[in-house]
Design a protein around this ligand. Sequence first.
Ligand SMILES: Nc1nc2c(c(=O)[nH]1)N[C@H]1C(S)=C(S)[C@@H](COP(=O)(O)O)O[C@H]1N2
Ligand SMILES: [Mo]
Length: 416
Amino acid sequence: MTDHSRGPRLRSPLRGPWLTSVFGLVLLIGLPVVIVTGLLSYIAYGPQFGQARPGDVGWLHLPYFAWPTRPSWLYRLTQGLHVGLGLILVPIVLAKLWSVIPKLFVFPPVRSPAQALERLSLIALVGGALFEIITGVLNIQYDYIFGFDFYTAHYWGAWVFIAGFVTHTILKVPLMVRSLRSRSFREVLRTSRADTRPEPADENGLVAEDPTPATISRRGALALVGGGAALVAVLSVGQTTGGFLRGAALLLPRGRSYGNGPNDFQINRTAAAAQITPEQTDDTWRLAVAGGAEPVQLSRSQLRAMPSHTASLPIACVEGWSTVETWTGVRLRDLADAAGVTAFASAKVTSLERSGAFNQAVLTADQVRDADALLALEVNGAELSLDHGYPARIIVPALPGVHNTKWVQSIEFREA
Ligand SMILES: Nc1nc2c(c(=O)[nH]1)N[C@H]1C(S)=C(S)[C@@H](COP(=O)(O)O)O[C@H]1N2
Ligand SMILES: [Mo]
């Protein structure tokens, strides 16, 4: 007989397999979306060029494919879902943890090899989930405050979590289905606090042995948790929708500085932070294009004399925020032609910036050849501001924000 009496006296009449299973079902639907979009983000970073982080993941590497350029809002959607849904599910993760607290105090803690495996998977599941939430939230709140690389930690933490999640799902889905069938959801929504009774005693010991009278109904508890998730949603979506909700986007404060007029949209890294000097961006600036028979140097007026193209494209940051602006500049494929480049497999873009981790990016041939892939000189009909990458920046449909390099110095078309 399992002894549940050693822990604190947990007497809420709401705890039970049904309530746990309701939270479990929501997470079973939502978390795979967070997992898959997270893994897609890793692939979108271009691991084939060694520019995803961590760079070398050994035998655990994912099947790579060239990240497409269409639809142009693809990364905006996948990464918005990853961060947005990840945040929205936090109250539900916490509610689910609350609902299973009695299991922490089961004694003896390990009774059989099968149960030891279950407990181990729980450590991976709970530890992994909390680790991913904490590293993810800290990354969008602060600029790289870790002593370790965020991407590396979040990536490996994800695999620990995925292992726990898959094992737990396999072990628990039958119990979840049975528990959900044990009472009708509609009935719960019609039951007031006064009529709220504990669930029948269960073999897992979730149901309290001597419950107190209900201080909140089940529907009240569900509304509370759902309300928490809705509040998180309201506090997050503004970074993507813009408009009046922008001021409420307390949970995604990165891209916190904004420019003026046509340049009034999120700036992740200012020119000052990137230590871009006035001498680097004055009239002596030249774009170096390599990969043809001879390297070519183009001044800004020469770029302006080339055929110009305008496209409405998003910047979508790994941190979840995104914004759509109208960009004007020279098509990257026209630049390749102008430099006499005939065949290429990739293009390496390098910034004037010397210090940062994001001062270069490699683009695939498909990304370069897209009709909307630009070396942008203007945004929303005005000159690019220094903070948005003057004299020129990369802007490519569906490219992760991080690879839309600002303050471009050179583009090298490569055969590999
Ligand atoms: N040179 C350089 N380019 C850069 C960055 C950077 O740090 N240095 N940050 C990137 C990131 S992470 C994003 S999301 C976008 C943000 O562009 P914005 O500041 O114009 O909104 O620029 C990208 N280009
Ligand atoms: Mo970003």
